[in-house]
Design a protein around this ligand. Structure first.
Ligand code: NDP
Length: 321
């Protein structure tokens, strides 16, 4: 293997990847995080994180990520704000990662922590008006809708959180739910908080058929999927889509095993189907999907990589956790 080879390359700069980096660099592994571009994962497009232990008053997502990154840097982790395009190799011969910048980097082990990205409804008008009133990130774009009426599609915790956040700016927020009230997926506390907000109005059994407008959102065409009634919501000037996420694994096709939904298959602990390659966070977890669980599994993945290398004679500081 080349001299410039890293002991561990972590792909992904969210809570999972950064926690892995803290543990790996504290174990004295030569560690690189290929953090993505833009770096930081879903937390950098989140506002208040209220459920990460240690912050009784909550912490802003970007600040939490910045702190984790500084902590990893303090122990010697290197960073590249780039995306991985493809990976070749094995633990025996070493791995080569091709970055979208054209650069190649080499590693003895890999932790994949690339997370998941926002899912879209799939309407042509939604794609055309993305960035022109259609968004999947209330914290990025909510500010542009001061005193305007907006709609949020979705019924999970993200839809509740985004809607509550949007009421800081918007005069009114509709939450469009495709199912009935008793089938809302969000946790009870977040659903109740949204219901209690006087600026939020729920519209159940309703789907968006089209986003109206040429160059900006000028309304929605919606359908009630029980009665079949179609109507226009012409007061809506912004649409926020909060309907879940897809794992960021397209660059891994053929390299390791993925399940039917594209999530990385992990067997015991954080091991993937390829020796020396470990996975952590939302990229391998469609169930818990929390910053704290991603961080916890990031720690596990780093420890698994440390042990894998120690078993192969690489010097690690095994008591440094
Ligand atoms: P979820 O998968 O939990 O929810 C997605 C929602 O979108 C579902 O209600 C689903 O409806 C709806 N949906 C899917 N496709 C469509 C469509 N085409 N049209 C209309 N609606 C659609 O995703 P989230 O992103 O909300 O949450 C993911 C995870 O992150 C969860 O575990 C959640 O608890 C967590 N989270 C936690 C937060 C916090 O604690 N602060 C904040 C945000 C997320 P249906 O039910 O009909 O399938």
């Amino acid at each position: 293997m080349q001299e410039s080879t890293y002991d561990l390359i972590i792909i992904g700069g969210g809570p999972s990847g950064l926690t892995a980096a803290i543990y790996s660099s504290r174990a004295m592994l030569k560690t690189l995080v290929v953090a993505g571009n833009p770096a930081g994962g879903q937390l950098v497009i989140t506002s208040d994180v209220e459920n990460f232990p240690g912050f009784p008053g909550g912490i802003m997502g970007p600040e939490l990520i910045e702190n984790m990154r500084k902590q990893a840097e303090r122990f010697g982790t290197s960073f590249k704000d780039a995306n991985v395009h493809s990976i070749q190799g094995t633990a025996e011969e070493g791995f080569e990662l091709n970055l979208d910048s054209g650069e190649k980097v080499n590693a003895k082990t890999i932790v994949i922590a690339t997370g998941a990205s926002a899912r879209w409804i799939g309407l042509e008008s939604e794609t055309r008006l993305r960035g022109k009133g259609v968004s999947a990130c209330a914290t990025c774009d909510g500010f542009f809708f001061k005193d305007k009426v907006v709609a949020v599609v979705g019924a999970g915790d993200a839809a509740m959180e985004e809607s509550t956040f949007l009421t800081k700016f918007a005069s009114k927020v509709y939450i469009l739910v495709r199912r009935s009230e008793d089938k809302v997926k969000a946790s009870k506390i977040m659903f109740q908080r949204a219901k209690d907000n006087p600026k939020i109005e729920f519209v159940f059994n309703t789907e968006v058929k089209e986003v109206l407008g040429e160059h900006s959102v000028e309304g929605l065409s919606v359908i009630n999927n029980v009665t079949g009634e179609e109507r226009k919501m012409e007061d809506v000037k912004g649409l926020f889509v909060a309907i879940g996420h897809e794992p960021n694994t397209s660059f891994l096709q053929g390299f390791i095993d993925l399940d039917a939904k594209g999530y990385i298959v992990v067997n015991s602990n954080t091991k993937t189907s390829k020796e020396g390659v470990f996975a952590a966070g939302d990229v391998a977890d469609h169930h818990y999907r929390q910053a704290i669980t991603a961080s916890g599994v990031g720690c596990m993945a780093a420890l698994d990589a440390v042990r894998f290398l120690a078993d192969r004679g690489v010097s690690v500081k095994s008591d440094a956790y």
